[in-house]
Design a protein around this ligand. Structure first.
Ligand SMILES: [Zn+2]
Length: 630
């Protein structure tokens, strides 16, 4: 009896261990809804997004014309009344509402793909096989080359825009600690996604492929579904995506004189990608350096403009007319490890357009340092990389019991090894993935040990970045945090915490100065503490602390001063003032003359032996050296 009970308990535990790392079922999560926007201006989009945040919601996927959002229960009606919101959709929609401005816009198709439940496996969509040799090391590009290529970062120092000394908040062009080279270091926070639907214009060689609006929508909705699947894998990563689509059919920036699918992909050479991608990046505005410097600069500029943490560029080459959906060298989908871009064809060889989401998610994870794990990839279990430096222990070539994983089969599973490569591991055991779970720091400015009026605490609150352990060659790997300070709390002698105020700005920044005016305190010793809080809910567990002795305020002297002639001088006396540690005597020769300090005494009388006339003022001095003159 007891034996049977024990056995069933173990079964329950095992199930928990297997499924514990997976996304919770969709029914347990807030259901995303879509806001169709009135027009496609960035201002409308930003205002609507700000409205969603004010309602306590989050924007999960932002397209030009549609915001896919998560709201607290019952928020739909209020969201529908936000300025710029034309219509709210709870489910997929047959047609987009009429709006101002020219299209094409892809939000409706993307929303329909996202609205389908992507949290469960679809047995009809197994992978046809691994995508061979699709993870490539990009050539090393210097920070100077990326800055030179950039349209918005030129001349700006890379990395942190915050300083410890300034109270002024500057616009962040990168997450805390990142440089323009670090556009995809770990997969958490907000990600900008540039999508180019590459179109041939026949100017250099004959064009044999031409996009249609219907197929553009298929591609963008497949990409969005792939990102939604990724988002659902790790709620703690707080993933959000902002999309910018350049359809070459209607946007000249996405056009090339070549017909890319007729050439080798040649990702590292000069006969394929180099020709058309360099051309297109030039049309987008990136004319300096090779395609890797241009692509990285585009990613860096996009995240700066969007205020996101990371960015990845996605080039999709049309292959509808092509017989095998592959480039001439057999490639059809590949990604540069650590970014800045990935390339796919429209129908991805045997995968087909219906599996675009599956191809996207595998390739995208390479941009964030995930390894291939299929047996023929040449993987080995001792290789290691990623922000948390994980070994490739789920490699099927050396692990006979490798877990199912998107990096093996592109299926619906995500293994623990890949999670660690992306930064999704709780190595410090605090219940939060390390890249999000670092407690912020609180630094207090010094104040006098003795005070006679309520003390004002000031200091600096700062997020703390998890250590970047990535040793992958080719670029620097600084420690980076995507968290933001959301407040500072302070208290006196263990009282309930109170809110400090940001100095010269508002919260929502990686580092910021604060000020906290303490309440009036009774005389005696007091213990003051302040702790920073970030937007992920981390609190400084070792608050900044100061001890201070508060002295009573000194009482006024009133009318108690008396003066009498004494010998050749003048004897002055006054009544004692509560809280006074001394008295200062000032003298003037006439009512309009300048005063001078002639004595300081702890007594309540003093004789001026040098003068028999004069004008005197006595001021009590408090324990902090301050005078009271009334
Ligand atoms: Zn791969």
């Amino acid at each position: 009896m007891s034996r049977g009970f024990l056995a069933s308990s173990l079964v329950v535990l095992c199930v928990g261990a297997v499924f514990g790392a997976s996304a919770p079922p969709r029914s347990a999560r807030p259901r995303p809804i879509a806001l169709f926007l009135d027009d496609v201006s960035p201002a409308t989009r930003k205002n609507a997004a700000a409205g969603i945040v004010a309602l306590g919601g989050r924007v999960l996927h932002a397209f030009d014309d549609v915001l896919v959002v998560e709201l607290p229960a019952g928020g739909e009606l209020r969201a529908s009344r936000l300025p710029g919101v034309l219509e709210v959709a709870l489910n997929g929609v047959a047609s987009a509402p009429r709006r101002r401005g020219q299209g094409p816009w892809f939000g409706r198709a993307a929303w329909n793909a996202i609205a389908r439940d992507t949290g469960t496996a679809d047995p009809g969509r197994e992978a046809p096989g691994p995508i061979e040799d699709d993870a490539l090391t990009p050539p090393e590009v210097s920070l100077d080359a990326v800055r030179a290529a950039s349209r918005s970062l030129a001349g700006v120092q890379g990395g942190t825009r915050q300083t410890l000394s300034t109270a002024t908040v500057t616009t962040l062009s990168a997450p805390f600690g990142a440089t323009a080279l670090n556009t995809s270091e770990f997969l958490a926070g907000a990600v900008s996604v540039n999508v180019v639907l590459v179109e041939s214009d026949g100017t250099i060689e004959p064009s044999s492929e031409s996009w249609s609006l219907a197929r553009e929508n298929e591609v963008v909705s497949g990409i969005a579904a792939g990102f939604e699947w990724i988002r659902l894998q790790e709620p703690q990563a707080s993933l959000r995506f902002v999309y910018h689509v350049i359809p070459g059919r209607t946007d000249a920036r996405g056009r090339t004189g070549y017909e890319p699918i007729r050439h080798a992909a040649d990702p590292l050479g000069s006969t394929g990608e180099d020709r058309w991608a360099t051309q297109i990046l030039g049309k987008i505005g990136y004319t300096s350096g090779d395609r890797f410097a241009r692509s990285r600069a585009w990613a860096s500029d996009t995240r700066a403009a969007d205020g996101t943490d990371w960015a990845v560029n996605v080039f999709v080459v049309d292959s509808l007319a092509d017989v095998d959906g592959m480039f001439a060298d057999g490639r059809f989908a590949y990604c540069f490890i650590g970014g800045p871009h990935l390339v796919m064809t429209y129908d991805n060889q045997a995968w087909g357009i219906a599996r675009m989401d599956m191809v996207l998610r595998h390739e995208l994870l390479h941009a964030f340092y995930a390894f291939d794990e299929y047996a023929t990839s040449g993987c080995d279990c001792s290789s290691h990389r990623g922000y948390l430096d994980g070994a490739n222990v789920n490699c099927a070539a050396c692990n006979a019991v490798a877990q199912a994983c998107v990096m093996i089969s592109n299926g619906d599973a995500l293994c623990d090894a890949t999670r660690r490569h992306l930064g999704w591991a709780d190595l410090d055991g605090d219940g939060a993935i390390d890249v999000m779970g670092q407690d912020p720091d609180t630094f207090l400015d010094a104040i006098p040990a003795n005070v006679c009026s309520p003390p004002v605490l000031t200091g600096l609150a700062s997020v703390v970045a998890a250590t970047n352990r990535n040793t992958y060659p080719g670029t620097t790997h600084p420690s980076i945090s995507v968290n933001r300070i959301s407040g500072v709390e302070f208290r006196v002698d263990g009282s309930p915490w109170m809110q400090a105020q940001p100095i010269g700005g508002s919260w929502g920044i990686p580092q910021g100065r604060f000020s906290a005016a303490s309440p009036v305190l009774v005389p005696g010793s007091h213990h003051l503490e302040a702790r920073a809080v970030d937007d992920f809910g981390n609190r400084d567990v070792a608050p900044g602390a100061l001890d201070v002795v508060v002295h009573a305020a000194v009482a006024a002297l009133g009318d108690s001063v008396r003066a009498v002639r004494s010998g050749g001088g003048l004897a002055i006396s006054w009544g004692a003032c509560g809280g006074a540690t001394a008295y200062r005597i000032y003298r003037r020769s006439s009512p309009s003359a300048a005063e001078s300090l002639v004595a300081e005494t702890p007594s309540t009388n003093w004789t001026d032996s040098s003068a028999s006339t004069g004008y005197y003022q006595v001021r009590p001095v408090d324990a902090c050296g301050g005078e009271r003159s009334d």
